[in-house]
Design a protein around this ligand. Structure first.
Ligand code: GP9
Length: 411
């Protein structure tokens, strides 16, 4: 327990050391709008199908934004709820089950709670049953002022599990525009949920050879979400919120499609094990800063656990004493030696990619060049793999035993 406290204190000091970075506090007092998009993977970005872009609106907004193309979802069995935990609490999900369900009564340093302490109004938007993934209880614990769930929306665009994302964004912004500024608004989309089939009238993308396949339906649903996203950005501009807010958009997890043939056909190349892992685990991260600063593509590794530290860094709110794992991604100079750790113990620092063996035998693990996938001497990954394990074990210890509460009581 002492070692866990020490581990988090070191993480806090690392982030504190970054407070001299020029981006710390550059957007103090600005609003924050973060969108978590259902099953939105990175491989669709910039791709076209039969001459039509799959994500034309996203591609356009990315031109005036920061695009983190080596960014990972860090979810486990808790899927969407794990992504939410990683993004808003900066702790690792558990190896089994969902923290939202198992430990919603435990104490966490959540993004909404920290922002609330700094005078922000905080709200979360998701047009589905409030009890799903135990959100009612967890969002209360995370100290959101308001949780707008299915009962707060007019189902005027019935689609899939609930409301279409286009209407979801429109009705959410109606509420966001009324929030006392500065605000933090977290939106969770739903229309691109497995199994992805949309009604005929929504099928605007010519799927060609993918018509009638789940992969084609997936592209179609992403294309629809992209249209909705475009409308939302236009609306934020019309409301005068675009230049007053930091906007973040990322995918929550993969699309559960494990047949690699359509991926290879779509991307026009055979896929190595590392390619497949990256396709499965990479989600796009778009960060639009209020003045459009730093637009461009960023290849340094990062993951959902880095989102809360990134936002608080930009707002100039110290996380030195917070029990968070991530480190800021939007920096004048990327953090040397930064790693991104996946729940199975895999990690990358941008140079190597370590993949533990499924049978647990160290001699079956892989230490690969992160770009080419070429096997490297295993010793190059030994220390990083041990650090990754430590991050996971430390996070589990804190989450399962409510240690943040215990630590605070002693402070
Ligand atoms: C439902 C939505 C879906 O509220 O969050 O969650 P998932 O099934 O993707 O974990």
């Amino acid at each position: 327990i002492d070692a866990a406290k020490q581990w988090f204190a070191e993480r806090g000091s690392l982030r504190e050391g970054l407070q001299s970075d020029g981006m710390f506090g550059k957007y103090k007092g600005k609003n924050v709008i973060m969108i978590q998009a259902e099953a939105f993977q990175n491989f669709v970005i910039g791709q076209s199908l039969n001459g039509v872009e799959v994500t034309p609106n996203m591609n356009k907004v990315l031109e005036e934004s920061m695009y983190f193309s080596n960014f990972y979802h860090q979810t486990s069995q808790g899927r969407t709820s794990d992504a939410d935990l990683a993004a808003n609490i900066s702790l690792q999900p558990l190896p089994t089950g969902s923290v939202f369900i198992r430990y919603a009564q435990h104490q966490f340093d959540s993004l909404p709670s920290v922002l609330k302490d700094s005078g922000y109004s905080t709200s979360v938007y998701h047009a589905y049953d409030g009890g799903f993934w135990n959100r009612n209880a967890m969002y209360h614990n995370m100290k959101y002022d308001t949780f707008f769930n299915k009962k707060n929306y007019t189902i005027d665009e019935p689609l899939g599990w609930s409301l279409g994302d286009d209407s979801f964004f429109r009705q959410s912004i109606d509420e966001i525009a009324k929030q006392k500024q500065p605000f933090y608004s977290f939106l969770i989309t739903l229309s691109s949920h497995h199994p992805y089939a949309l009604p005929e009238s929504y099928q605007t993308l010519d799927l060609g050879e993918y018509k009638g396949t789940m992969f084609g339906d997936y592209l179609q649903s992403i294309h629809y979400v992209d249209t909705a996203f475009g409308h939302m950005v236009d609306r934020l501009k019309a409301e005068g919120l675009w230049d007053e807010s930091i906007l973040l958009f990322y995918g929550d997890h993969d699309n559960s499609i494990r047949d690699w043939e359509p991926f290879e056909k779509f991307l026009g190349k055979p896929l190595s094990d590392l390619d497949r892992l990256k396709i499965l685990k990479q989600v796009p991260l778009l960060v639009h800063l209020p003045d459009g600063d730093k637009a461009g593509r960023y290849e340094e590794p990062g993951g959902q656990l880095d989102l809360t530290p990134t936002i608080l860094h930009l707002l100039g709110i110290s996380t030195a004493d917070k029990y968070m794992i991530g480190t800021p991604l939007v920096l004048d100079k990327p953090l040397e030696g930064k790693t991104m750790v996946l729940r199975n113990g895999a990690y990358t620092d941008g140079k190597v990619f370590y993949i533990p063996a499924e049978d647990g035998l160290p001699e079956h693990s892989q230490c690969l060049d992160a770009a080419s996938g070429t096997p490297q001497d295993r010793s190059l990954c030994t220390e990083g793999a041990a650090d990754a394990r430590k991050e996971l074990v430390t996070s589990d210890l804190v989450v399962e035993n409510d240690l943040i509460k215990a630590f605070r009581e002693k402070e």
